[in-house]
Design a protein around this ligand. Structure first.
Ligand SMILES: [Zn+2]
Length: 197
């Protein structure tokens, strides 16, 4: 068999037969992985070292959010800033209540953490580890000012998320923080934010 030498070099010691094909391939893959990990030790370290996958916190999410604000000085822009402030408050509230559930915030924090928001926005609950992923990590935030014209009379709009493109579209008629909090909590928990009522 032509590959025998390579197979032995991988550390495979059992008889080299077609019947053992799977085991041989597995052995080869193991060696390949070990080689790759040795050569790229720094990049590969985080998943294997406790504490190195940093849990996302409110700041990290906000730093990677890119809101597409309307023209400066317009009332639209002011409304959009308000929504972004709500988002920051919401993330901070989840961060503070993480695992502890202070009674005042119990309804929100009941099984929600900052990771859940990241998962909902991007499809993954951890901050990118690979340099390439890190570089492209960006959450686009857009604002929907036209839902009244499109949908007519309605009371609640949920944010619409597209995890593939890391884009979230917020309705702007979330006028108070408690509205925002309630809507976000429901979107995160039940619908992943694709519906309007
Ligand atoms: Zn609406």
């Amino acid at each position: 068999m032509m590959l025998a030498e390579d197979i032995v070099r991988c550390g495979y010691t059992a008889p080299i037969k077609m019947d053992n094909k799977e085991t041989i391939i597995r052995k080869g893959m193991e060696l390949f992985l070990v080689n790759q990990m040795t050569a790229n030790a720094e990049t590969c370290r985080p998943p294997f070292v406790p504490g190195m996958i940093t849990k996302p916190d409110a700041d990290v999410i906000m730093m990677n959010c890119h809101p597409q604000y309307s023209e400066k000085g317009t009332s639209r822009e002011r409304t959009e800033w308000k929504i972004i402030n709500f988002l920051q408050d919401f993330l901070e509230e989840l961060e503070i209540s993480d695992g502890e559930m202070a009674s005042a915030t119990a309804e929100v924090s009941e099984s929600l953490a900052v990771e859940d928001v990241l998962q909902w926005m991007t499809g993954q609950a951890h901050i990118p580890i690979l340099p390439n992923e890190k570089q492209h990590f960006k959450i686009t935030l857009k604002f929907d000012h036209e839902c009244w014209e499109r949908l007519g009379d309605h009371s609640t709009c949920y944010p619409v998320v597209n995890a593939c493109t890391c884009t979230v579209i917020f309705p702007v008629h979330l006028t108070t923080y408690s509205d925002f909090r309630k809507t976000m909590t429901e979107a995160l928990r039940y619908g992943h934010g694709l519906h309007r009522i």
